[in-house]
Design a protein around this ligand. Sequence first.
Ligand code: SF4
Length: 309
Amino acid sequence: MRSELKELLEKCAICPRNCMVNRFDGKTGYCRTDEGLNVASVCIHRGEEPVISGSYGIVNVFFSHCNLQCIYCQNHQISDNKASISSELDDNELIADEIIRLLDTGPEALGFVSPSHMVPQMISLIEGLQARGRRPVVVYNSNGYDSVATLRMIENYVDVYLPDFKYSENELAREYSSAPGYFETASAALREMYRQKGSTLIVSDKGYAQQGLVIRHLVLPGHLSNTCGVLKFIAEEISPNIHISLMSQYYPVPGVLGHKLLGRALIEEEYREAVSCFNEYGFHKGWLQGLDSTTSYRPDFVFDHPFEH
Ligand code: SF4
């Protein structure tokens, strides 16, 4: 890793938590990851938005742990900051080998999933691939809780931003993701992503995204006002021309079974109302999911292919 990247890890303010710990010293901050690559999985995902996945899927690098701790996280096996981290994937060359092997089966895009706390490592991986002559379309798939300074640093590395915008209501962010001030932080991050990419999604002849911004929002059961608040903010404060992926795939993971609101999947009427908000605020580009998606996207990171088990 380049010395400039190492320095960022020595007084860590890579994400908005601003822990200021030295990750080389065995001192871990909120995300409980050190200076290593902390990769949990490298796999092909045939996922939500066709423009991102293409017909061959996207090669996704999943990092361990996260700077949010959402109680309903579908990737909880690897995102829980108390979970152990595999030491199998801790070598830049080995990970690059695996990425290249998977890219050679057809995918054109490389996604980094939950990268907000792992940006220096992500850059190091991208530079390692570039040194080997590989320049896939890089997709930054974050939870939206990103630092603006860090986003400025990766402007020339990221082709497509694919952030979540989870909450317009900070009480929910605090209660469900232990992320006070999520709305203000994610709003600033989205504005920065928009400054970099605008609302035009550049796609190839094959229909695959090459440059741009797609904002995801997962509709939570019982929280329609949160969803409409998110859509209102994007439309009125950023642009209604942005591509939105309005996701209905929520399902309760074991940790929230029995929760008064989060303990069930969405019902049709709820999602229909979310779509009404999408239309009301003038969005006209993006993707709506069918409710059958609640059974289609259930990763299990015990398997080598978490999405194909
Ligand atoms: S990346 Fe981790 S250690 Fe650094 S500021 Fe964020 S949570 Fe803290």
